[in-house]
Design a protein around this ligand. Sequence first.
Ligand SMILES: Cc1cc2nc3c(=O)[nH]c(=O)nc-3n(C[C@H](O)[C@H](O)[C@H](O)COP(=O)(O)O)c2cc1C
Length: 115
Amino acid sequence: MVSVAQEEIDSNEKVALTGSLPDFSQYDIVFLVYPVWWGTIPNAVRTVLQSDDLSRIALYTLITHGGSGAGNSVEDIKAICKAEVSDMALEVFDDDVTDAASEVADWLYKIQKER
Ligand SMILES: Cc1cc2nc3c(=O)[nH]c(=O)nc-3n(C[C@H](O)[C@H](O)[C@H](O)COP(=O)(O)O)c2cc1C
């Protein structure tokens, strides 16, 4: 899995999704939750971001990782879609995911206050 993901990322392969996507035009705010893979977003997430015109959307990123933090993922998202990508990214270490509910709630509260 790790090497397949690296090949996908290195070759910029467009990965097909197995499910259907929502109609993003129905939303003003989107929370994008993804794991960092090789310092960036998984290619399937890239497919999601390129599937629609996200230019009217405020995008908040919740990022799980195994120690590197967000890596280049937020910059990469900004480069590939037109959403207004917030700098208030939340990074959660993978071992802490199951205990992160209050951290996520605090993050959502801060976002609500900011808006
Ligand atoms: C293909 C692959 C690449 C990864 N690359 C990174 C990385 O560059 N930096 C990092 O901190 N963690 C990396 N990880 C660890 C994942 O970010 C971590 O396991 C994940 O966020 C946990 O969420 P999950 O249980 O939904 O996979 C990688 C994991 C995989 C499978």
